[in-house]
Design a protein around this ligand. Structure first.
Ligand SMILES: [Zn+2]
Length: 268
């Protein structure tokens, strides 16, 4: 699943390909990808709009058009592909730009797009449901204390809650908790101030490094050159066998259904 660093990589790659292009037409092959508005309105409103910028909020790509934001969430398997010609396997939406075609491909069909008025976008669903970006100056110990005070769930699960901090997915969650020396089963409400401080700092460290290396997966965008994420070489615990700190065998368990890697000795 693409996480924040992968979405950031897709954003930067797409910017090189589609900025300043006008969307002359759009073909929707699978209606459910368009979450809002209706497919008819989506098609009508997007025609003639120019892609002026691409931004990111949480795991949403935000294509900034003249009058609208096109939001795109890739969910499990969503990908963009630039190619002219015949319909591709699993292609669900095609944007016909003045000089090229941008295709949205999604084997699982879980991805969603929204076309929202530019001035209201942050006050409307889905962006108004997102918590703070990891780099937001409002992300403080007090902010987390307040959000976590009634949360009796394991911190592993709570870190995935996008309404508190947005952008931490399953892989980076394990990495942040390892660097913070926190046991993933620890209840969020029981964390000390020093734990919260470590979570805030290590989230930034892990995500910044992953963004620099182009993320962990390479599936979210394809071009003739390809985009290769290198962060998988830098993972400390997720998908690994041995603790890089003490050499113990890592624990591999499911916490609320999510595969979790941690060191019993280093994360108490
Ligand atoms: Zn260890």
């Amino acid at each position: 699943m693409p996480e924040l660093p992968e979405v950031e990589t897709v954003k930067e790659t797409l910017k090189k390909e589609v900025l300043k292009r006008t969307i002359n037409d759009v073909i929707v092959y699978y209606d459910n990808i368009i979450a809002y508005p209706s497919v008819l309105e989506f098609k009508k409103n997007i025609k003639g709009q120019t892609i002026n910028d691409i931004e990111r909020r949480g795991k949403f790509l935000m294509f900034k058009l003249d009058d609208y934001y096109l939001l795109s969430h890739l969910r499990m398997e969503g990908r963009y592909y630039i190619k002219n010609g015949e319909k591709l396997k699993h292609e669900h939406v095609r944007f016909i730009l003045n000089d090229k075609e941008l295709r949205y491909i999604d084997t699982r069909k879980f991805g969603r797009m929204y076309l929202l008025p530019i001035k209201d976008v942050f006050n409307l669903k889905p962006l108004n449901e997102l918590g703070l970006e990891p780099w937001d100056s409002n992300l403080t110990i007090d902010y987390l204390k307040n959000k976590y005070k009634n949360k009796k769930l394991p911190i592993k699960t709570v870190l995935l809650d996008q309404s508190i901090i947005t952008g931490i997915g399953n892989i980076y969650d394990d990495e942040v908790l390892f660097l913070s020396k926190i046991n993933p089963y620890k209840k969020a409400c029981d964390l000390r101030d020093s734990d919260l401080n470590n979570i805030i700092n290590n989230t930034k460290i892990v995500l910044e490094k992953a963004i620099k290396l182009g993320g962990t997966t390479i599936r979210s965008y394809e071009s003739s050159e390809g985009v290769h994420g290198l962060f998988q070489n830098e993972l400390l615990v997720h998908g690994k066998d041995i603790c890089p700190n003490c050499g113990s065998i890592l624990e591999k368990e499911h916490i609320n259904g999510r595969g979790t890697y941690y060191c019993k000795k280093c994360q108490k």
